[in-house]
Write a protein that binds this ligand. Structure first.
Ligand code: C2E
Ligand code: SIN
Ligand code: SIN
Ligand code: SIN
Ligand code: FE
Ligand code: FE
Length: 395
């Protein structure tokens, strides 16, 4: 009796037991999700659809879809939009056991199970102690691609029906769910691989532009992160902000064509040298403008407009106000903030206060006031990034 009372505290939300779906409900779930899954190209969304489908099919309290990352020897999952993915070592925990042996795992009660005592102790039971959750039933099933290689695993926690434990039938349903998603999963993985490759190439191109002028790769990383924060703060959508983040590292790509005598000159440039320097904007634009790819098109805008000024006195075109693309106005601030805060061959880094004073003076002159405001709002996060990606001291 005492024990039951104790359990009630943990299982309040479980007091009303659910039923396994009827065959009709099962069909509806499969039908609904299969249609959505077939049309989903985004890997994160796909993982979340698979998770929800699995959870509904087997009436689990929690469900997680893990994918193998063979390059990093890790398993990873996405639990929600806007939240970082979670990664674990590919041999860690029950999921690691399951994908490395190819065997499903059934645990009826995590608190009394002996076979997986050690793993449970460092996994579920530790988490339970921290969260007050009560893990009882656990199931992990590996799933395979068309070639029969294990590509990931479903992990389910707590069966919400009277039975309170997962069955062979549940295993079959999850296997079925995984097979419905298999094709979409493989094409989404391929698409992601292509996109990651594109990002890497683009980033490397940006670094080439900067490395010629002895600015480290961290400069382009910081400008990318600052631009992203400012864009979000201006109310730009997540996807567009990410697009700008990918494209902004290329703002100075045109510097590849600037002669060393100008680019690496330790002192102040003559007017003539500065004219040559300015051409990095139009050269960059020329390199990027013919692409049909959204990222490259975005990069072309950034390359050509990041030295335009709000008051119309910038270069190369002397565009004014909102005639300057918002991408250009954002990158302008991100770039100048980073250039001023860093040592250059031609100058020492400025103190933060001095930079902020310049920004105040240049509001409505060099910079769009709205964008300066967004920058100021994001300053704490921006300073964190500056610290995180600070330049290594040169030996
Ligand atoms: P950068 O070094 O990446 O600087 C980007 C922008 O940050 C500059 O664009 C400018 O708006 C701002 N900035 C950087 N340092 C200072 C500074 O000491 N004072 C002020 N007020 N603003 C600064 P800008 O001027 O159009 O220059 C474009 C690029 O031309 C620079 O990129 C740099 O590569 C080169 N550059 C500019 N001035 C000189 C110079 O005197 N000597 C050399 N060697 N290169 C220069
Ligand atoms: C995201 O894509 O990460 C956020 C937008 C959404 O929740 O759909
Ligand atoms: C895992 O495989 O680490 C999850 C299982 C558990 O919570 O112990
Ligand atoms: C924005 O896109 O955040 C503002 C639009 C603009 O200023 O052009
Ligand atoms: Fe530039
Ligand atoms: Fe730059």
């Amino acid at each position: 009796m005492k024990d039951e009372h104790y359990m009630d505290e943990f299982l309040l939300s479980e007091t009303r037991k659910k039923l396994d779906p009827t065959p009709e409900e099962m069909l509806r779930i499969i039908f609904d999700y299969a249609a959505k899954i077939a049309n989903e190209r985004n890997l994160d969304n796909l993982l979340m659809l698979m998770r929800d489908m699995g959870r509904e099919l087997i009436v689990a309290d929690r469900c997680t879809v893990w994918l193998m990352d063979t390059h990093k020897n890790q398993l990873w999952t996405k639990v929600a939009h806007g939240v970082d993915e979670i990664r674990i070592g590919s041999d860690s925990g029950l999921v690691g056991y399951s994908v490395s042996t190819g065997q499903p795992v059934f645990i009826d009660d995590a608190y009394t199970n002996e076979q997986f005592r050690q793993v449970l102790e460092t996994g579920a039971l530790t988490v339970d102690r921290q969260t007050g959750y009560r893990t009882k039933a656990l199931m992990v099933i590996p799933f395979r691609n068309n070639e029969g290689e294990i590509m990931g695993a479903y992990q389910a926690v707590n069966k919400m029906t009277e039975a309170e434990q997962f069955s062979q039938k549940d295993l079959e349903y999850l296997t079925l769910a995984a097979s419905y998603a298999g094709k979409s999963l493989e094409s989404a993985l391929l698409l992601q691989e292509i996109e990651e490759t594109q990002k890497e190439i683009i980033f490397t191109m940006g670094e080439i532009g900067e490395s010629r002028s002895k600015e480290t790769g961290n400069h382009v990383k910081r400008v990318a992160e600052y631009s992203y924060l400012i864009a979000l703060s201006l109310g730009m959508g997540q996807e567009e902000a990410e697009l700008l983040k990918m494209a902004s590292p290329m703002h100075d790509i045109g510097k590849v064509a600037i002669p060393d005598a100008v680019l690496k000159k330790p002192g102040k440039l003559t007017d003539e040298e500065f004219e040559i320097m300015k051409s990095h904007t139009t050269i960059g634009y020329g390199l990027l403008k013919n692409s049909k790819r959204t990222i490259i098109k975005t990069a072309a805008i950034v390359a050509s407009q990041h030295h335009e000024k709000w008051n119309g006195r910038g270069y190369p075109s002397g565009l004014k106000g909102t005639d300057i693309h918002i991408y250009g106005r954002i990158t302008a601030i991100a770039d100048v903030f980073d250039a001023l805060g860093s040592d250059r061959v031609y100058k020492k880094a400025w103190e933060l206060e001095r930079i902020l004073n310049l920004f105040r003076e240049e509001t409505g002159q060099h910079f769009d006031p709205k964008v300066v405001q967004a920058f100021m709002d994001q300053l704490p996060k921006i300073l964190k990034i500056k610290e995180e990606y600070r330049d290594e001291l040169l030996g």
